[in-house]
Design a protein. Structure first.
Lengths: 351, 351
């Protein structure tokens, strides 16, 4: 399906609640990619949580000819005309936020980014937005603002828990062909092997299963990839499949989950690939390591890979890149990954 | 490029020497996929090293209407008419080879397979064939025949060495878009990490570099993938990139090799992908583990992935599957991977 035809289909299938897009770090490319998004039809039904001034600056940086309208409630985002960015102005942002220099770490930008995320969670939990799409933040700016959270995921977990134990979450990377959920992410490969435990694998399968029901796909076919070449070939090249992964799959199946495997990592993603010329055998692949899961999703184009956090009580997607301070302010940042994140959020929230 | 247009192009670019196809295990699907290959134009210029009787049986099993012609020298393979399989009858095959039951392990089939490979190496070293394409053999049959070699690779290494130290070799998996060369293969992931040494990485880069010159691509752009997520992110998620892989790349560069990296595993294959819509940044990717390298090559279709042994003094390719005893004799085996192996052998030998 071409981008143009997708743009025409998406608004029709969009939920009746708006999608919230958090502005991200005001000094990074977040505001600009949002402005660029709003030049196309895929922004229909989106509302930006951020600062009107920052978004006006971003509109100008990306070529102008784009209105920025302050809205008071998220739902107003559904009724703005084309070429207009509806911005829900977040209360209590630093008064001199526009003084924070574009392309640099600044505590004011970090504080503003955190405030936008906080409001997004309130709106999602309150049923006022269908999903959250987060533009990139900068960890150092966040820390400079005194935030106790190292990044988006931890902040979203804590805010969603409302004081209770934060829910376990997993990262999914998804595009139109493939959805992979990762047991381990930012660990050395050696530590990742150690982190592949019965509980971690079973919990990943359960989170993937529950998330699919949320997005309107109950009983998804979950393939579980092995860790070792040929999934260990019966214990010949490693025994994690026999000791850990196989038993976790059995436990999931005994709970009524359609999980299968462990499958050889080198072919399971190919088997799951769902494209016009190839019907996928599975709906989701659980991968043991960051790169087993991410290599195939990114293979056909990194800009199509969308980061989705599973396990939260709402849908959250994000583009798969950072604040790119080196090109912030130039208007050159590519909005393709944000566009894909919006499209994916709409799909996942439609269930 | 469609299969049809490829078939029309290939004969024109084929070398003036024939390609040798070894028959493989006579009780497996090897003879049948060869027979099926000879029903299409991509077999032009190929000669089968094997047994006339076995190939006649395979021709019948795959639908008949295919002649089998005994040839006395490999070069005669270049001048057979369409729908005719030229078979160079290998001397000294077991007299009752046709009694070995199809679909089962049999020492006679193992002995015959080994004899065909031995003859192929003689012809390649003697400059009588441009390359060797090996149909699948069965390790147990080979062992039953008293062969000291566990598989093709070790046998080819030893025969090519002619009594000297066998040359170091590496496995490349390749299709039309991507060529990946593996530092480690059939080891558990934990053992593979231990096997990623300075020497192993440097030797892999050197073998890839030298092989590319053979296939007519001197000075290939070699990307070296990291081992850890984000290639370790400066030592944050593992230090193999800093301690081992980076220094090996530097050593290769100091020897005049255009190697670069270490790159994040999740995006380097995408960057190297070479397709009509995407110009690859690199010619070869060196991958640390079996699955980092094989996941992207197989992602678009396992039948397109061709196994190539680098480091031998001749080109050797093979289809990426085994003897499939369960369907041997039925004529149902898919020849797509063999076809791809022949195409790749022709490309690599054309240099």
């Amino acid at each position: 399906m071409s981008d143009a035809s997708k743009a025409m289909v998406s608004p029709a299938s969009s939920p009746c609640l708006p999608l919230a897009i958090t502005m991200g770090d005001a000094c990074g490319i977040g505001p600009e990619i949002i402005a660029t998004l709003f030049r196309g039809r895929e922004s229909a039904g989106c509302v930006v949580l951020g600062d009107v001034g920052v978004m006006r600056r971003a509109a100008a940086a990306t070529g102008g000819l784009l209105a920025v309208a302050r809205v008071d409630v998220a739902a107003e985002g559904l009724s703005v005309p084309p070429n207009c960015i509806p911005v829900l102005q977040i209360d209590g942002l630093p008064a001199d936020l526009l003084q924070a220099p574009v392309g640099h770490v600044d505590a004011r930008a970090g504080a503003a980014a955190a405030a936008c995320i906080g409001r997004a969670v309130e709106l999602a939990l309150g049923g006022e937005v269908a999903a959250i799409v987060t533009a990139p933040i900068h960890k150092v700016a966040l820390a400079a603002a005194g935030s106790p959270f190292p990044g988006h995921t931890e902040m979203l977990q804590a805010l969603a828990a409302r004081g209770r134990e934060p829910p376990p979450v997993r990262m999914m990377l998804a595009n139109d062909q493939l959805r992979t959920v990762l047991v381990t992410i930012h660990l050395s490969l050696r530590q990742a092997i150690d982190a592949v435990s019965f509980d971690a694998v079973l919990q990943t399968i359960r989170i993937a299963h529950a998330a699919a029901a949320r997005w309107g796909q109950p009983g998804p076919r979950i393939a579980v990839a092995g860790l070792n070449p040929h999934a260990g070939e019966g214990g010949l090249f490693g025994d994690e499949e026999v000791r850990i992964i196989g038993p976790a799959i059995e436990a999931a199946r005994s709970q009524g989950i359609d999980a299968s495997g462990p499958f050889a990592p080198d072919t399971v993603f190919m088997r799951a690939r769902n494209a016009p010329d190839h019907e996928g055998e599975f709906d989701i692949v659980v991968a043991m390591t960051h790169d087993h899961g991410l290599i195939p999703v990114k293979y056909l184009g990194v800009e199509q890979g969308v980061n989705v956090t599973l396990g939260l009580p709402f849908v959250r997607t994000s583009p798969d890149h950072g604040t790119a301070f080196d090109i912030a302010g130039t208007g050159r940042a590519d909005a393709a990954s944000l566009r894909a994140a919006v499209r994916m959020a709409r799909q996942l929230a439609a269930g």
